[in-house]
Design a protein around this ligand. Structure first.
Ligand code: HXC
Ligand code: NAP
Length: 279
């Protein structure tokens, strides 16, 4: 079990819905919240993935369940939220973590490639937030945490779709924070620096050599040297680094924080990391 600075049972009786909770950062968030007493509901497209994660969390003696949701489908999101409310009576925390991403030159990005990323990241965040609002309002408040990024602070070649979507998420965070404060719903965002999850490794895998082989060891070595040279705190992040900030924002320690975007990146973006070549 991971050591926590938060008190045991901090989220007892609370329900947290985590999109993309079956892998990477979302799974790390689920583990930390569940270890602090929350019932975590993991939502993503692949039911087998979120069910396996929920089963592992329950095997540790925590509370977890899974639901198949494509966050691009507002009616499906609404019905999943209604099911959660029927089963648990409340949703205290929504973590909008689901995202899609890949490096691709903008000039050749197909309409569907653009649409896919914008819809998962930006529309998905909006649809899920809109769906939980009535539940949170009825119970007297709640917290929403959006997972953003830092690459749009400067612009980032080959990431037009994701940077545009995450900039939209930042704007949404601030605007919804103002609109929904009267319902005691706090909306904040976290901008993670690089965290080598399987999703990221797949999305940014180097091209295979002529004989079709991807040298994963070369990728690992390059990443290690990148972290040492380019991240002031000299290491990549972990899902738990992000999860600790989610727990802080969702806890009473965050009671007067809304509309904030917390950068959790080891100082990376301030250090101006080198950009990928545009071609
Ligand atoms: C160009 C691509 C592409 C690529 C997909 N497409 N991959 N175009 N280069 N590498 C195009 C497809 O050809 C298709 O367009 C369109 O995108 C949709 O692809 P599908 O596979 O049919 O869509 P879908 O099932 O909806 O999948 C969405 C996805 C996929 C985003 C494309 O990659 C995905 O599911 N990703 C989830 C996991 C993930 O990306 N994790 C990383 C998050 S990390 P056409 O025109 O052919 O139909 C992250 C880190 C950021 O965000 C910071 C890093 C430092
Ligand atoms: P990941 O493991 O690939 O996570 C993405 C998750 O989103 C998956 O669990 C996926 O599950 C889910 N998902 C994708 N499309 C979905 C859809 N349409 N509906 C519902 N769920 C969907 O990647 P990660 O690295 O943990 O990323 C998590 C978050 O952190 C993302 O918002 C990402 O942009 C952000 N981030 C990551 C980094 C990093 O370096 N890792 C840096 C900055 C920001 P299914 O395939 O089952 O749907």
């Amino acid at each position: 079990m991971s050591q926590s600075v938060f008190r045991e049972g901090l989220f007892d009786g609370q329900v947290a819905l985590i999109t993309g909770g079956g892998s990477g950062i979302g799974r790390g968030i689920a583990d930390v919240l569940a270890s602090l007493g929350a019932h975590v509901v993991l939502a993503s497209r692949k039911l087998e993935r979120v069910e396996a994660a929920a089963m592992e969390i329950r095997a540790d003696g925590r509370k977890a369940s899974a639901v198949a949701v494509d966050v691009r489908e507002p009616e499906r999101v609404q019905s999943a939220v209604a099911d959660i409310q029927r089963a648990h009576g409340r949703i205290d925390l929504l973590v909008n973590n689901a995202a899609g991403n890949f490096y691709a030159p903008s000039e050749s990005l197909s309409p569907n490639a653009w649409k896919s990323v914008i819809e998962i990241d930006l529309y998905g965040t909006f649809f899920c937030s809109q769906a939980v609002l009535p539940v949170m309002r009825a119970q007297g408040g709640g917290s929403i945490v959006n997972i953003s990024m830092t690459l749009h602070y400067r612009g980032w070649p080959l990431m037009a779709h994701a940077t545009a979507a995450k900039a939209g998420i930042d704007a949404l965070t601030r605007t919804l924070a103002l609109e929904w404060a009267r319902d005691r719903v706090r909306i904040n965002a976290i901008a993670p620096g690089p965290i080598p999850t399987e999703g990221v490794k797949k999305a940014f895998a180097p091209p295979p050599s002529a004989d079709g082989v991807v040298d994963v060891f070369a990728q690992e070595r390059a990443m290690e040297s990148y972290a040492k040279k380019m991240i002031p705190l000299q290491r990549f992040g972990t899902p738990e680094d992000i999860a600790q900030m989610v727990a802080f924002l969702a806890s009473p320690a965050g009671a007067w924080i809304t509309g904030a975007i917390m950068v959790v990146d080891g100082g990376e973006w301030l250090a101006k990391p080198p950009m990928p070549s545009p071609r």
